[in-house]
Design a binder for this molecule. Sequence first.
Ligand SMILES: [Fe+2]
Length: 347
Amino acid sequence: MRTNLNKPRTGLRSWLLVTGLAFLGGTLLSAKELNVYTHRHYKADEEINALFTERTGIKVNVVSAEADQLIERLKSEGANSPADLLVTVDAGRLQRAKEAGLLKPLKSEVLEQRVPAALRDSGGHWYAYALRARVILYAQDRVKPGEISNYEDLADPKWRGRLLIRSSGNAYNQSLLASLIAADGEEKAEAWAKGVVANLARPPQGGDRDQIKGVASGLADVCVSNTYYLGMLLNSKDPAEQAAAKKVTVLFPNQSGRGTHANIAGAGLTVHAKNAENAKAYLEFLTTPEVQKLIANGTYEFPVNRDLSLSETHKAWGEFKLDEVTFPQIGRYQEQAVRLFDKAGWK
Ligand SMILES: [Fe+2]
């Protein structure tokens, strides 16, 4: 079932909700709130939050910043923090927030049922609600299928001067290298980072979409990007962006081994959350089939509920095996990854 987000608020239930709220005192109104600290910045999220408020009467207050800044803010605010939920776009930050004692368990049978075990903390400290696969993309006219199949291949000298990937300061790359440390060990991961730097067609610059555009324009032949950025280009209003996206083929790496590395969008209940029940209701709402589809069609992320039918964009990319092997270790190796990037001279 699709929901029209622009549908006016009509019907007896909504009317009662609005009228009821209008007559309630400030105490109860303040309990109808949820404070979210988030690294996400998408229009689709605003529409989903508005839908949640429409359905529950719970107002969603959002503070947006980089995950590291939000984590520092939670630490300095301590018990005075207004935050109920921390939302990040990578598992490493959530794992680190948990280790820093900033999150507390949220128990929900609904979430346990809807979110695969590999994509949530076993103690309920955080849950993923969307997935973004970090894939290799190649120029259809210059690279043959089968010429590259694993992340490890990106360091092969055959790609010298033919590769694009963004900077090492980016969390997606830090998590990717953390997954390589977990899978191949530190020594091989360092050699890989050096090999990738040696293969770059230009020093790292721009975001994932700029790497895709670089391959489309002939600057390089292969690049690394999260799938959802390709989805955004394919569905862009700009015909030039659509044309660029159509020149590249998605390759899900390491399919005959551990699987493709994915980032998550996920959330954890903060240790001093004052609106824990609202936070639980919100996360359960995000994982409903209805909202999972809105996310998939709004940001082109994969739903965590893999039983759902995929959007046309996702169907064209095909199914893939997710790397569940290294996923739980990403937080542990992220700082090491940053050090290896420095040693490798990856800007
Ligand atoms: Fe992003």
